[in-house]
Write a protein that binds this ligand. Structure first.
Ligand SMILES: NC(=O)c1ccc[n+]([C@@H]2O[C@H](COP(=O)([O-])OP(=O)(O)OC[C@H]3O[C@@H](n4cnc5c(N)ncnc54)[C@H](O)[C@@H]3O)[C@@H](O)[C@H]2O)c1
Length: 354
């Protein structure tokens, strides 16, 4: 297969490049290092691009901006792709308020650019869009909750498995990021349903893994590990630190994409996160990371939650697992954290030496 990965230097994109390269496919990566523009030097992804260039065998990279329709069109004219894994995006909830136009251009316009080029040049290709659970806005906060010692959780047994794709996406508070991703999510579904293209939309919980260029505004586990190891102060916003996130390793995300690509459907939507197996509250994550690193995190609490933030979000994985029964979560919460600590230690050791 010829595979196009957008956002190829980012967390999910780089995992996709490595995975499909390992399977012997030819992989094209598009990434203009815009994460650095969004988040400054700490968000720079060039280290990851260099790593990929060293490890992947049939990988070609182009620093194209997905907003640049002419450049994207040129790429699609030159290559006939079988699979497009669209991971490029402005990924932060809070950042979007400072850059509403840029956020919308990247997340919505960039997505329709890629969908339309796929329709015009390789309509039989499989197209996977990395959407987000923020398309639900704060609607999941309407689920009755119970407060436990270290976390919130769902109060009713019927909610135990988490939020399903039936949750409404409108009439809730999203953040501008949630709204721009919802625009991309809807238009991707439409290319699937209206044009009968093989489009899959994955609404991610917290996607995580060792290749995250973690910054305060995006990649909470990665950033939490970073601050615990390097010092500095971490701020917890609201909900007494008892807010719950489900975390999925980038490998398991890419495996889901691979399963979908092998048996695609038209315009299907799936929630994809760590699910009930892999969820953790802020307080619990801090305790576990302190245990693993043997270091105390210096953190402060601000009694105001981020706007539109989820109190407890656990992805219900039943729909995806029913459609793709071969897929399972392979990385537990502990394994994710251990790997992250080890990789950041190595990363730090290298940057101290160079
Ligand atoms: N990480 C998460 O917790 C999470 C959760 C839900 C959804 N998602 C979605 O999954 C996707 C991948 O997330 P990630 O964590 O890998 O993000 P990431 O920031 O690590 O990777 C995204 C990559 O896209 C690149 N990029 C941004 N704008 C671009 C543009 N205009 N043209 C070309 N490249 C551009 C960035 O430089 C970056 O390397 C994103 O769309 C994000 O919204 C992520």
């Amino acid at each position: 297969m010829k595979v196009l990965v957008t956002g190829s230097s980012g967390l999910i994109g780089s995992e996709a490049v490595e995975h499909f390269d390992r399977q012997g496919h030819e992989v094209f990566g598009v990434d203009n290092n815009m994460r650095r523009v969004f988040f400054g030097p700490a968000g720079d992804t060039l280290w990851n691009l260099e790593r990929l260039k060293g490890t992947a065998k049939r990988f070609t990279h182009a620093a194209i901006d997905i907003r640049d329709r002419a450049a994207i069109e040129e790429l699609f004219r030159a290559q006939r792709f079988d699979l497009i894994v669209h991971c490029a995006g402005q990924p932060s909830h809070d950042k979007a308020r400072e850059i509403p136009l840029l956020d919308f251009e990247v997340n919505a316009l960039g997505t329709v650019n890629l969908l339309e080029m796929t329709r015009q040049h390789c309509p039989d290709a499989v197209f996977v869009f990395l959407s987000t659970n923020k398309v639900y806005g704060d609607a999941p906060n309407e689920i009755p909750m119970k407060e436990l010692e270290t976390r919130y959780d769902y109060a009713r047994p019927e909610d135990y498995d988490g939020v399903a794709e039936t949750c409404r996406i409108d009439r809730s508070l999203h953040s501008l990021f949630g709204a721009s991703k919802a625009a991309g999510d809807l238009v991707a579904q439409e290319y699937g349903r209206y044009f009968n293209m093989k489009v899959g939309v994955f609404r991610g919980g917290c996607l995580t893994g060792p290749s995250h260029s973690g910054v305060e505004l995006h990649g909470f586990l990665s950033y939490l590990v970073k601050v615990t190891l390097t010092g500095g102060r971490y701020t917890v916003y609201g909900y007494k630190g008892k807010q719950v996130r489900d975390n999925i390793h980038s490998y398991d995300v890419v495996r889901a994409i691979e399963e979908f690509a092998a048996n695609p459907r038209a315009g299907e939507v799936y929630n994809l996160g760590g699910g009930r197996e892999n969820n953790v509250s802020m307080l619990e994550a801090i305790a576990r990371i302190e245990g693993l690193t043997g270091r105390k995190l210096d953190w402060q609490y601000v009694d105001e939650a981020r706007k539109g933030d989820h109190i407890c979000y656990i992805s219900n994985l039943r729909k995806f697992q029913t459609h793709y029964p071969k897929w399972t979560i392979t990385h537990s919460m502990d394994a994710i954290l251990k790997e992250m600590v080890a990789s950041q230690r190595t990363h730090r050791a290298h940057s101290t030496v160079s």
